[in-house]
Design a protein around this ligand. Structure first.
Ligand SMILES: [Zn+2]
Length: 181
């Protein structure tokens, strides 16, 4: 499943199930299990303790998130960070915004420079997760660099994605770029 600014959820109020919780935050169950494995791998590697800041967000929650960012930043900059309701990858239950306890840069671009951010970018594929919004891909993904936002695709796809040095799911699956709605 690919959700972007050209490919909304169908229906727009879609809700995944079953859900499971990681530090109190919901994800689609398979993704929750894989995120716990990712956290265990990160800890074992000495890269820190993973924290799930945001996982599944309902249509109604996304209404509030989108409103808040657009009010704070204006429409253009706000929509590079927050999707319109029905267009958020978080609504699939397969997207995770993560941080590491005590490493700072929570949901900030500087997370890429933390020990955890570096480890995740290099190793998340082994657990079925890809860095969804890479640096320099805004014209394809419609989003700024988000080193905290990972998408669960399963180990098989994540391994192939990495081996092809893919930069976006759109390019990987031969889909049209989706810079705008
Ligand atoms: Zn996110």
């Amino acid at each position: 499943m690919v959700v972007n600014k050209q490919r909304p959820l169908n229906p727009k109020t879609y809700a995944p199930k079953p859900l499971a919780f990681v530090n109190g935050v919901p994800l689609f169950k398979d993704a929750a299990i894989a995120l716990q494995q990712l956290a265990a791998g990160m800890k074992k590697a000495g890269a820190g303790n993973l924290w799930l800041n945001s996982g599944y967000r309902s249509y109604a929650t996304q209404v509030a998130v989108h409103d808040r960012q657009v009010r704070a930043l204006g429409l253009t900059a706000g929509e590079r960070l927050a999707a319109r309701p029905g267009y958020s990858e978080h609504q699939t239950g397969l997207a995770a915004d993560v941080s590491a306890l005590g490493q700072g840069c929570v949901i900030q671009v500087c997370f890429a420079k933390t020990k955890a951010g570096k480890w995740l970018a290099a190793n998340s594929w082994q657990y079925g997760w890809i860095l969804r919004y890479q640096d320099g891909q805004t014209a394809t993904t419609g989003y700024q660099f988000e080193p905290w936002h990972f998408r669960f695709v399963g180990v098989e796809v994540a391994t192939d994605y990495r081996s092809k040095q893919s930069k976006s799911l759109e390019a990987y699956w031969g889909l049209s770029p989706a810079p705008n709605y």
